[in-house]
Design a protein around this ligand. Sequence first.
Ligand SMILES: [Zn+2]
Length: 70
Amino acid sequence: MPIVVENGKLVEGRGDILNALRLDKCPDCLRGPLRPGPRGSTAINLFCDHCGSRWNVATPRYVIFAQRIK
Ligand SMILES: [Zn+2]
């Protein structure tokens, strides 16, 4: 089941965030591509150069987890 975390809390019904990330678009401004940042074993950070949003996602290109980072 897809998971989205905002402000440390699990949020439901935000499949749009995951869909945008899967399409390499920013969930906030819907522009892309996203710039990859530091990568962990199963996660990667993605940055939006347009609006500054930052995301930590698992399994790039088929995102099942996303957390906004500051
Ligand atoms: Zn953006």
